[in-house]
Design a protein around this ligand. Structure first.
Ligand code: UT7
Length: 326
């Protein structure tokens, strides 16, 4: 049978590091508080002249190289992002230009921190339908440009970067086993960017009122994330007649070490089987899972036939999981 299979991964991060000690000089916080409450020690921050498309393109180039696929072979580029270069055109089109992926259909997908899982599921459906053979699926963010660096409740959490995978129609049993996506619009106001859209355009007044920055009710998001990520992971396992004992590697969205631990505990997956890099990068939203996946692949953490569980949660609310036989 034909399955959509990840044949190459790549990631790209800004060089500039902002540590918790740097943040101590910017807002009323401490390294001790941040590490205890989130697990984050440092994050990467884009420099002037670096955009979401910069990291998306680099990650994509690395994924293409790993897969041994050239850009002209790509039929589809989907970028999951909440920080596109521009409201339009799609960042995917800018990536297409950079890569010279002349045969690709390109669009962005808005599902906040679940953006990569949603994009992967979307590309999967195109491949299963037979209309696409090779796709580039990218999660990319420059969150530092919508974070309020005077707000200690949010500024310490987020970072910039991108991850990408090449997804191909491949004969055999290995590949994406199933994808599961959910949304609950009743909670859109607990995690969103108020200004700069059609409801509150970027007028002088709205910018002065700090509406262009991300706002979040952290406690609420935390509770809902733990529950939803646990449920959707179990749903993915059950759909395939598997249990958490079968999972070789669990890559959750990298938002907060306490969320990762709570979800892992609910699922009975801990220790070495959970991949964590949020201590180094913070929450990179749609980029977090593909960056972690690329690191895991390059560190030799996945071998053929392993069961890989990806699990995300974000604004919308949106959440989803993908179960993969590597
Ligand atoms: O990608 C999905 C989106 N985001 C997330 O998944 C994030 C989900 N939420 C979280 O990760 C956590 O809720 C936070 C890390 C944002 C906050 O942690 P918390 O344990 O929920 O802290 P809290 O908001 O309940 O605040 C506890 C205390 C408060 O002081 P009092 O009222 O107890 O005196 C805050 O004022 O910590 C204080 N506080 C801080 N102290 C030092 C809040 N932020 C800070 C800070 N430094 N940066």
């Amino acid at each position: 049978m034909i399955r959509p299979r990840i044949t190459g991964t790549g990631s790209a991060l800004p060089e500039k590091v902002r540590t918790n000690f740097d943040l101590e000089k910017m807002v009323d916080t401490s390294d001790e508080w941040i590490v205890a409450r989130t697990g984050i020690r440092e994050r990467r921050i884009a420099s002037e002249g670096e955009y979401t498309s910069t990291f998306a393109t680099l990650a994509a180039q690395r994924a293409l190289e790993a897969a041994g696929v050239c850009a002209e072979e790509i039929d589809l580029i989907v970028v999951g992002t909440l920080t596109p270069d521009f409201p339009f055109p799609a960042t995917a089109c800018i990536v297409q230009q950079n890569l010279k992926a002349v045969n690709a259909t390109c669009f962005d997908l808005s599902a906040a921190c679940s953006g990569f899982i949603y994009a992967l599921a979307t590309a999967e459906k195109f491949i299963v339908s037979g209309s696409v053979k090779k796709a580039l699926v990218i999660g990319a963010e420059v969150l530092s440009r919508i974070v309020d660096w005077t707000d200690r409740n949010t500024c310490l959490l987020f970072g910039d970067g991108a991850g990408a995978v090449v997804l191909e129609a491949v004969e055999g049993e290995n590949g994406i086993l199933s994808s599961h996506m959910h949304s609950d619009g009743n909670y859109w106001e607990i995690l969103y960017q108020k200004g700069a859209g059609s409801r509150y355009p970027a007028t002088h007044q709205n910018v002065d009122d700090r509406m262009v920055f991300l706002s979040m009710q952290g406690n609420e998001v935390f509770k809902l994330a733990v529950r939803a990520m646990g449920e959707v992971a179990l749903e993915a396992l059950q759909a395939n007649g598997l249990t958490s004992d079968d999972v070789s590697l669990f890559i959750p969205h990298q938002a907060n070490q306490r969320i990762v631990d709570s979800v892992g505990k609910r699922l009975g997956i801990g220790g070495d089987r959970v991949y964590v890099n949020l201590d180094r990068y913070g929450n990179t939203s749609a980029a977090s899972i593909p960056i972690a996946l690329d690191e895991a692949v390059r560190a030799g953490r996945l071998k053929e036939g392993d069961i890989l569980l990806l699990d995300a949660f974000g604004g919308g609310l949106t959440w989803g999981a993908s179960l993969i036989r590597w």
